[in-house]
Design a protein around this ligand. Structure first.
Ligand code: SAM
Length: 134
């Protein structure tokens, strides 16, 4: 997430922000220093246009998620907008998104959401919940 967004979130949380371990990293340069029980990504993965980038993301995810952990990923839906924040995105149906993460992750659940932006635009999202294959 952007540094500005993180700083705004910290300010909004006030003293509670001290209970959070904050990290500002490029996913492609990050080596997780521990394993996490929950990985939550909304509207980041869909910016990865190349197979190489998606492979790198998967590598980081696999090294950062704990056995028995949960992975929640949301991208624009197959019929959603072609761009996000002015950048092109890859759009996914639930099946397409789950296929990217197989065989290393099992699909637990999928959701479709019509997200309403603060500007009043509707953005159809695909959500998947996954767990690492043992
Ligand atoms: C559309 S915003 C989504 C932000 C937030 N997850 C949400 O749902 O509101 C996309 C976010 O992806 C982050 N991002 C894009 N490429 C990234 C990368 N290579 N490593 C880490 N974050 C990245 C951007 O900094 C930005 O905060």
């Amino acid at each position: 997430m952007s540094k500005v967004a993180l700083d705004n979130t910290k300010a909004r949380l006030g003293p509670t922000a001290e209970q959070v371990h904050w990290l500002h990293r490029d996913i492609f340069d990050w080596i997780p220093e521990r394993r996490f029980d929950l990985w939550h990504d909304r509207a980041v993965f869909h910016f990865l246009m190349d197979a190489d980038e998606r492979e790198s993301y998967l590598h980081v995810l696999r090294s950062g998620i704990a056995p028995g952990g949960w992975v929640i990923i949301a991208t624009f839906d197959a019929h959603g907008p072609t761009h996000c924040s002015g950048l092109p995105v890859v759009r996914y149906s639930p099946t397409e998104l789950a296929q990217i993460f197989a065989p290393h992750f099992n699909l637990i659940d999928t959701r479709s959401e019509e997200h309403l932006t603060p500007a009043g635009l509707v953005q159809p999202f695909t959500w998947v919940t996954l767990s690492p294959s043992s």
